[in-house]
Design a protein around this ligand. Sequence first.
Ligand code: SF4
Length: 200
Amino acid sequence: LGVAFRSILDYRTRAERAWEGARRFAEETLGDPDDLWGVIVAIPEEDWLARKRQYGLHFLVQGHARVWRIAQGMVQAWGGDARRIWSRQSPATVLDRLNALRVGPQIACMIVGALMDTGLLSGSGDVKADLHVRRVLGRVLTGEMLSETEATELTRTINPGNPWAVDGPLYSLGKDLCRARAPYCEKCDLSRECRFAEDQ
Ligand code: SF4
């Protein structure tokens, strides 16, 4: 299943839920077609919108609708072959192309990062400044959640060579220990430097 398709569903929902929904839809509902984007666009938009519940791709109407819109852009601009977006390109170019498809700025960063992780792109990229990343960084530094911009800029100073490299550790920390409610500070390696933990 393509990284771009999985990632665009990681929109205002839990990553695990989004990725499982993407897999189920592509493999079980559509039969794992080679031309996934083309198959989606071949469904008239109004039919697509009417099948939100049947497809079970995203719990939000907006989240469901944007899949069709992005698929349309993918077919029009790239012939439905997402690999053409990143083949032999720099991360900055890929980011521009993804932003032109309006996948969302944070999801664009995540796709670039995932492509670097899998060796399909080389270079550096920004974190996906999601709730976990913003919460961990914010709590450590100020005790409060950072904005997307603040978190992105901060990771550029933490690891200027490749800010994306800190995305995974921050995401995991936010998901496993630094939970929104009742974080496990006693188990966290950052507890001695963390403003939030200090204030508790
Ligand atoms: S010490 Fe607590 S609040 Fe601070 S980063 Fe770790 S889990 Fe989060």
